[in-house]
Ligand binder design. Structure first.
Ligand SMILES: [Zn+2]
Length: 326
């Protein structure tokens, strides 16, 4: 690949010799001209490395460049990354944890149900479904027909076999065009190595009048302003793109989707970003959930008065509701 034309030099931080990086042009406009934006680290699990993000000089999209090579990114999605979703024993905090996890799926349900009436006839595709708890919730509550895609192979969870599961890259899947009433992407697009292709694929597989609902972290949010390179939404190197409101909407529009509604929040709890950002900034990287879980719930209780206004404060997330253009 040709060298990128990043005009400002990256900070000189060394990475492990076995990491491979590749230069990428802007996902949105193809320009190779960019300015240094920030350096992120793997704060969640504490793995080694420094990952640079740039801002496109042409269209303002912020993206990881150079990015870690596609064949190496899988090692950053190891068991530590999703194990917490499978872990069932949190001691005396188990009921609180279980309630928080099922609340997340119920909050996703409440959000999508404002736009799609889910019944036993509704065909739902969750892109980046992980262990599939959201889909299983929809099946249990409504009898919905559930399909999921994830590039992770060794997923397992009680009930997972009820999902019509497709393993691999979303845009490479053989899926019937115009076959889904609802396509959801909960924190998938910012991980994707080709977001425009995924958006085009979503536009292709959703029925006319069906909805594509996409939630990602919001760069132009309050928590980013506070935490900057320690903002949990950086989540390097898994996050390839850091979307602000404008870039999310315009990328969807350029790839076959019409944005019919915009929400300055999502189903993912903004509080997690407040907690994790504070943790990364003060204690450093590597979030030890075993130790953090009690302070997590305590903090949530203390911040409850603030979090009651979560939907109005532009704290950390954003969601677009889309239909296919034609
Ligand atoms: Zn661009």
């Amino acid at each position: 690949m040709t060298p990128s034309m990043t005009t400002q030099k990256f900070p000189n931080k060394t990475n492990p010799a076995h990491y491979h990086f590749e230069d990428v042009a802007c996902y949105q406009c193809g320009s190779k001209k960019s300015q240094y934006f920030l350096t992120g680290e793997e704060d969640l699990t504490g793995k080694e490395g420094y990952f640079n993000y740039v801002r496109c000089e042409n269209c303002n999209l912020v993206y990881q460049n150079p990015r870690i090579a596609a064949d190496q990114i899988k090692s950053f999605y190891d068991s530590e990354y999703i194990a917490h979703r499978k872990k069932t024993n949190w001691g005396i905090l188990t009921p609180l944890y279980e309630r928080a996890m099922s609340k997340h799926d119920r909050d996703k349900d409440a959000l999508v149900s404002r736009y799609v009436k889910i019944t036993s006839e509704t065909k739902v595709l969750d892109v980046g479904c992980a262990v599939g708890t959201f889909l299983l919730h929809l099946k249990k509550k409504y009898g919905a027909k559930i399909s999921g895609v994830d590039f992770k192979e060794d997923l397992s969870f009680p009930g997972f076999e009820q999902i019509d599961f497709h393993c691999g890259l979303f845009y490479e899947q053989k899926l019937e065009p115009e076959s889904f009433d609802l396509v959801t992407m909960w924190h998938f697009l910012e991980h994707c190595y080709s977001p425009p292709q995924s958006l085009k694929k979503a536009a292709q597989v959703v029925k006319k009048g069906g909805k594509v609902i996409i939630e990602v972290p919001r760069l132009d949010s309050l928590t980013y302003k506070v935490f900057q390179e320690k903002w949990p939404g950086v989540q390097a190197p898994q996050h390839t793109v850091l979307f602000d409101k404008e870039s999310l909407i315009s990328m969807a529009q350029k790839n076959g989707l019409k944005v019919i509604d915009y929400l300055p929040y999502g189903a993912f709890p903004a509080y997690f970003y407040i907690f994790a950002g504070t943790y990364f900034k003060t204690l450093g990287k590597g979030l030890n959930l075993n130790r953090a879980i009690a302070p997590y719930f305590l903090g949530q209780l203390l911040l409850a008065p603030l979090l009651a206004f979560e939907k109005k404060l532009n704290l950390s997330m954003q969601t677009i509701i889309c239909e296919r253009t034609e």
